[in-house]
Structures are given as structure tokens and as C-alpha cells.
Design a protein around this ligand. Structure first.
Ligand code: GLN
Length: 569
């Protein structure tokens, strides 16, 4: 058995997974200069590299905005909402974390200022503070520190990313909290990694270090000194600039890590390893000797992406097509499906609204598969229904996710089962004035585990959907049972409306089979056309569980079907 000892001399890892005796080491990741530098990705890649060296990790995101969670934020504002097994609506960075580490995120891995303040205010109302004046320091900072420490005895490394950039007003309590946290812990148990940008000035042919210097100065003014600088740049960082950054920002030259632009995010672990990020982190914790990394998994991932044989074209017919982040996990899951089949998946975003009024065919011709993703609200839905119809009639592989499944059911009801007025209750706002026959209705009670959940019209919008992991039972002999290779599945949900089981008979008679149901048999989870090569609608979000090294079976097989149809075209 190999043993590694850290600064404090505690046993931190036994390479054969036997018991650990200490608390996690903490890596705090902050950002400076500009936003959108890929902090989430850097954190996720570092998590993967630590795992490759045999450590266990958990990643956490602290978001300074005031929404309680991103569940009520528009995808245009904030990109996709990532749902965890335990039903939290979280930031899309948690998707990166899961895709790179395979560690299922939990409710306790994502928090915002809104959540922190609402916890503090709840405690204040309850009288928990025993008459004290409630202040940012210590009450808000304590709440943040308590959150950071949840489950600290479970892993070797806890990576905590602070959203936003240093200097943001909302971020201050978080920066203060991590400063205090590192003081509360024994020396050497926390390190700070700061991600910045080195702009390249073409005219002088120089990489500029000044914005990074200022950003570090800003950090130091609030008591934080980075141990590691990760610098985004278009090209490599020359020795001169590296030394300058080290000198002015008070870090070691080998802790200045270049993060060059990559053609695929899945090269990030290998690229960061080559730059020495994981070594710099272990050095900062004075872990010696450092366990050797096993990067075979990431080499395979990278090989599959770079050495694809052929390309398939998939149309994503959705509403939030201007912002690709709105469908982040779907795009990634398609990439994973491509990797499994050794093809490149070329995604084209088709705005469903365009064929609310126009014929869908000219917009959909030439695609090897069509995917209609989740969504909310009526806008664009007639277009999505047309997309489902096109896929059914032209035998193009179709994957409908959540709203995309509901649209496929409405299409089947209207055009194959003779229910001309079929629609969703989601779009019938005016009470008493029904425009549609609700084949998709507002779900007001369901079973979770062994208790009943109930909802009313007019409930709060935040956190009240059917959220998180639920089981489904697949019909023996169905297409999905073949795809999954079994009949028991667990998938993540996020929806308020549901296909009404009372239409099952009519729809099945028309050829649309209900091939997956909730265990109590009341909620349709999956539908599939019997006389179609590949047409599946799912009420849940399979994309949330797909990994590059473990592609989701539905995406793997959907891309395989696209590959088959590309050979026919
Ligand atoms: N708006 C639909 C519902 O609430 C679909 C939700 C989704 O696609 N995530 O049921």
C-alpha cells in the first residue's frame, strides 16, 4: 500500500481506497479581468486530474447573484439549468463538473447569495441568533463557511469555484468567507487558484500582463493571495512574461499555468496536465511524493474526438438557439454520442419559431437526425410539432426531450389519432376558454420515493416542478429497453406538465407506444413510434447524465441511428 503525507503530516490517501483519516484539502478558484474565461472548465479539468492521481474529489460552485437558484432564470440570461439527482436546479458549471469527474453533484454543491441570505433571514425570524444584530460578517460569512464545509470528511479534495470576477460587489462576502475559512483551517489545508486573461496586442506582438497584475492586486486588497495563476491566452506564455507575472503577482514561476485556447474542451485535462497544473497544486499543498497520474481515460477521449471518421448533421429545433449555453448538456451529450460512434456530430440550431408560419421541410432537409429539446412556454411550439411530424413522416431519427416528447405526443394525437384539437394545458392560460384538448396536462400530484407530492395552480414558480431523479420501468422488447440494455432506469426530471395516460389507448392504436412508465404506472416517461427506425420521446433529461468517457445510451444510439441514416442519404 502506498501512502502519501501532506504538510500537516496527516494520512491523506491510500492508493487502494482504504480509510482516510483527515479532512479534505480545499482549492478555491476565483476569476479576474473578465468573465467567461472558463473557470468552471478549469475547475472540472483539475478535478479530473486529481482523480487521475488516485484522489477523490467534489466540486462546488458559489454564485454571488441574488436569485435563490437559477431555476427561475431565463436560459437567455444564464444558460442551461443543470438538475441534480436530488432535485436542485443549479448552475451549468455543475454539468462540467459531472462530465469531467463522473461525481454526481448534489444540492449542497451549488449555492447563491440569494440562498445564503434567505437562510440567514429565516434563522433571524426563528430567533436563532438570540437577539444579535445580523451582519455580513460574521452571520453571512458563517453561513457561507458552513456551506463550504458540508461533507468535508468525505473526499480528499474539495474544489470551490466562486462565480463572477474579483471586484464584483456581490462577490465580497464570498471572498471574505474563503479568506476566513482558510484561516480557520490548519496551515496548508487551503490554496487559492486565480484565473485571468493575458490579452495579446497584435500591433506590438505582446501578451499583456498588466490586467492580471491588477486583478491579483484586487485580490490581495481583500486578503487573498493566489498560490496558482491560470492565464488564458491565445498562444504559449513566453518565459519573460511568465517570470514577470510570477514576480509581480507573488507566485512561483512554475505556478503560472498557461491555458491556451483549445479546439475541444475535452482536451483540457491533458492540456492542463502538460502545463503542470496538477503538479503545481500538489506542490502548493507540499504533497510529496506526488502519486503518478493515469491519463489513459482522457487520452482515449481525446483520440475519439480528434480521429472521428465521418460526420453526421443533427438539427436541434428549439427556442433558445441564439445562446448555445442554453442547451449545453445536450450539445455535450451529442458530442459524447459521436465519440461512441467515432463520428463528428455537427449540430445546427434551427429556430422553431421560423416554421410556426413556414413549411418545415425546407429547413429540415439534409439532416441525419432531429432533436427537439426541453423548453417552456408556447412560443415556437407549433414549429416543434411540425418538426416531429417531419421526422415521423420522413423516417428521420428523432429524439424528443421533455417538451420535445410532449410535442411529439401532440403531433401524434392530432395527425395520427384523430384528436384535432390536441395541445398542452401549459398554453391554455385563460380559465374557462380552452383552445386545446389537454393531452398534456398540469401535473398536480405524484409519488416521490414513498411520499406524495402535491401542487396547486398559482404555486411559486421556483423549485416546484417535478425535479430530480425518478425511476422508470421500460417495456420488455421495446426499442428503449434495447437501447438501455435493461428495463429499470433512473433519470433526472424537470417539468410541470405531463402526457395524460387517458390517451394511451388511442395513441398506441395509432402506433405511438408508451414504452416507459413511472413505477406506479401512472406517468408516461417514454414514447416511441413502432413503425419508425428511431423515434423516441422522453419526459426526462438524459443529457444531464452523459459523460465523454461514458456516453448516455440514448445519445449513443441516437447518433448511431443518425450515422446509419447518413449512409442512406
Ligand atoms: N414546459 C414543459 C413542462 O413543464 C417542459 C419542460 C421541459 O422541457 N423541461 O412540462
Amino acid at each position: 500500500m502506498q501512502r502519501f503525507f501532506g504538510t500537516a503530516g496527516q494520512l491523506i490517501l491510500t492508493s487502494h481506497g482504504s480509510s482516510r483519516t483527515n479532512m479534505a484539502r480545499f482549492i478555491f478558484i476565483t476569476g479576474g479581468v473578465v468573465s467567461s474565461l472558463g473557470k468552471g472548465l478549469a475547475s472540472a479539468a483539475l478535478g479530473a486530474l486529481l482523480q487521475a492521481r488516485g484522489y477523490s474529489v467534489r466540486l462546488r460552485k458559489l454564485d454571488p447573484y441574488l436569485n435563490v437558484d437559477p431555476g427561475t432564470m431565463s436560459p437567455f440570461e444564464h444558460g442551461e439549468v443543470f438538475v441534480t439527482d436530488d432535485g436542485a436546479e443549479t448552475d451549468l458549471d455543475l454539468g462540467h463538473y459531472e462530465r469531467f469527474t463522473g461525481v454526481a453533484a448534489r444540492k449542497t454543491d451549488s449555492v447563491s447569495s440569494g440562498r445564503i441570505y434567505s437562510n440567514v433571514l429565516e434563522k433571524e425570524r426563528r430567533g436563532d441568533y438570540l437577539g444579535k444584530t445580523i451582519q455580513v460578517i460574521p452571520h453571512v460569512t458563517n453561513e457561507i463557511k458552513d456551506f463550504i464545509a458540508i461533507g468535508e470528511d468525505e473526499v480528499d479534495f474539495m474544489l470551490c469555484e466562486i462565480g463572477g470576477t474579483v471586484g464584483d460587489i456581490e462577490g465580497l462576502p464570498f471572498f471574505e468567507a474563503i479568506r476566513q475559512f482558510s484561516q480557520d483551517k490548519p496551515r496548508g489545508q487551503c490554496i487559492f487558484m486565480h484565473l485571468t486573461l493575458l490579452p495579446y496586442i497584435k500591433a506590438s506582438g505582446e501578451l499583456k500582463t498588466k490586467p492580471t497584475q491588477h486583478s491579483v492586486k484586487e485580490l490581495r486588497s481583500i486578503g487573498l493571495a493566489p498560490d496558482i495563476l491560470v492565464c488564458r491566452s491565445e498562444g504559449p506564455i513566453p518565459k519573460k512574461e511568465r517570470e514577470k507575472l510570477a514576480l509581480f503577482c507573488n507566485v512561483r514561476p512554475d505556478s503560472v499555468i498557461a491555458a491556451q485556447d483549445l479546439s475541444t474542451i475535452y482536451d483540457a485535462p491533458l492540456a492542463y496536465h502538460k502545463e503542470g497544473l496538477d503538479q503545481a497544486v500538489l506542490d502548493a499543498f507540499q504533497i510529496s511524493p506526488a502519486p503518478k497520474p493515469d491519463l489513459a481515460k482522457w487520452e482515449d477521449v481525446s483520440d475519439r474526438i480528434h480521429n472521428a471518421e465521418g460526420e453526421v448533421k443533427v438539427a436541434i429545433v428549439g427556442k433558445y438557439t441564439q445562446l448555445e449555453d442554453a442547451y449545453k448538456s445536450i450539445a455535450e451529450a451529442l458530442t459524447h454520442g459521436g465519440m461512441a460512434n467515432r463520428v463528428k456530430v455537427k449540430v445546427e440550431w434551427v429556430d422553431a419559431e421560423v416554421f410556426d408560419t413556414e413549411d418545415a421541410a425546407p429547413h429540415l432537409e439534409g439532416f441525419h437526425a432531429i432533436l427537439v429539446p426541453g423548453g417552456f412556454g408556447e412560443r415556437g411550439t407549433e414549429g416543434k410539432i411540425k418538426a416531429a411530424q417531419y421526422a415521423r413522416e420522413h423516417k428521420v431519427p428523432y429524439l424528443g426531450i421533455c417538451l420535445g416528447m410532449q410535442m411529439a405526443v401532440i403531433e401524434a394525437a392530432r395527425n395520427a389519432a384523430g384528436i384535432a384539437e390536441a395541445g398542452s394545458e401549459e398554453f391554455d392560460h385563460e380559465a374557462g376558454k380552452r383552445r386545446f384538448e389537454p393531452v398534456v396536462y398540469h401535473l398536480k400530484e405524484w409519488v416521490q420515493g414513498n411520499h406524495k407530492v402535491e401542487r396547486k395552480v398559482g404555486d411559486d414558480k421556483g423549485g416546484t416542478m417535478r425535479l430530480g431523479a425518478y425511476n422508470a420501468v421500460l417495456a420488455e422488447g421495446s426499442k428503449v429497453a434495447e437501447v438501455y440494455g435493461g428495463t429499470q432506469i433512473e433519470e433526472r426530471h424537470r417539468h410541470r406538465y405531463e402526457v395524460d395516460i387517458k390517451y394511451r389507448e388511442k395513441l398506441e392504436k395509432a402506433g405511438l407506444n408508451f414504452s416507459g412508465m413511472s413505477p406506479d404506472g401512472r406517468l408516461p416517461e417514454i414514447v416511441e413510434w413502432s413503425d419508425h427506425p428511431w423515434f423516441i420521446g422522453v419526459q426526462y433529461h438524459p443529457e444531464l447524465k452523459s459523460k465523454p468517457f461514458d456516453p448516455h445510451p440514448l445519445f449513443r444510439d441516437f447518433v448511431r441511428a443518425a450515422k446509419d441514416s447518413s449512409r442512406l442519404v
